[in-house]
Design a protein around this ligand. Sequence first.
Ligand code: HEC
Length: 135
Amino acid sequence: MKVAATTMILLACAGALGACGSQGIQVATTSPYHHGAVLFRDHCSGCHTLSVVGAQGSATSIGNRIKQNGPNFNIRKENVEQALYAIRNGGFSGAIMPQNIVVGREAAAVASFLEKYSGRQAQKVPSTNITLSTK
Ligand code: HEC
């Protein structure tokens, strides 16, 4: 009886954890970016915001900002080179973000995921087409 009860509890826990594991990630499991999304959620979401993985680590206002809050990637666009530079050096300044949280293939997966999904809510700067006169 006791064994059955313990088993039930363990199964319930496993179910709950399983649900947690995929929570908030909106990148399809079949997508080539899914692995990078999971790595980002696991290693970067504490300090950066990115809604496609449910990450909310950036500051929400100047008033509640702490120095560990990194840039919000819903707004800031990064490419692979920038992401890899930041991962290897600990952000752009090297002062706050830890270096090499992910390395090798995992770093590459996070970087390509970030290039694909960052900056999607960036504001478009209005532009005017200018035709240059050629004299
Ligand atoms: C402990 C908090 C913390 C963690 C964890 C963290 N970062 Fe950062 N990150 C920061 C801070 C703070 C900055 C801004 C300061 C700087 O660039 O040195 C930053 C900057 C960056 C930048 C440069 C952004 C720009 O345009 O200025 C990138 C790219 C970046 N992080 C990616 C990542 C990735 C990818 C991960 C996970 C592998 C990660 N960060 C994990 C705190 C963190």
